[in-house]
Design a binder for this molecule. Sequence first.
Ligand code: NAD
Length: 246
Amino acid sequence: MIFSGSIIVVTGGTRGIGRAISLAFARNGAQVFAAYLSNDDAAASLVVEAGGLPGSVVVIKADVSTTEGAQKVINAASQESGHIDVLVNNAGIVKDGFLAMMADDDWDAVIRTNLYPLFHCCKWGVRRMLARRRGSIITISSISGISGASGQTNYAASKGAAISFTKSLARELGGMGIRVNAVVAGLIRTDMTEGLKQDVVDRIVKNSALGRIGTPEEVAAAVLFLASEQASYITGQALIVDGGVV
Ligand code: NAD
């Protein structure tokens, strides 16, 4: 078990891609701290599902787009040991719509939820990595942030920023033994994509080399690779996991 005893924080870690990441780390022996915003049932069911695994999962209700919420999660995770090993910035939302009709609130909510946690969680998380001069930060971005997507100016702006944030922080922290990478996901089957119109899904699938939607587990596998010693010379990268769309 390659993450035995490692302390992992996963924001948005109780549903969809984040849930698969939490379970994959726990399957590999890690102590996972999964932050979530509001769905208590999903959080409770994750704890049950993780019950039989070699590692453990603790769920923490906190809004990681605020400094208080981010501190709450990082403090809980590092309370016993004083450090964290891996931070996965996964929490995110969509509020799609054409720009000319987009409500101010929909712009604000997406930028706030997808971008602010990178600042707050990394700021407090890095402080729990510096003393040991080791750690890994992985942020979940989207191919919308690379290629753009009609109806997703807010989302694409936040996900493009996640990549430039990653590259800058990697340069800042490389000398301190901390690696910073992004996983750039394509279309993945989760609650977030459930409401997509079938013709939109069909178009994306048709444009992909592999000709199918991805699974949360396939994104989780890339996250675990980047967090592992196998990726010890990889930092500042945006690893695209999209079945060959971009
Ligand atoms: P999801 O809706 O299934 O899960 C999102 C999670 O984020 C939930 O657990 C929710 O509680 C949490 N969350 C939202 N706001 C939060 C906040 N302020 N504080 C704490 N937690 C918060 O979505 P998903 O599809 O699993 O997406 C996960 C990540 O992957 C997102 O960043 C998303 O943008 C990205 N992504 C998803 C896809 C896809 O096709 N599903 C593609 C590319 C990127």
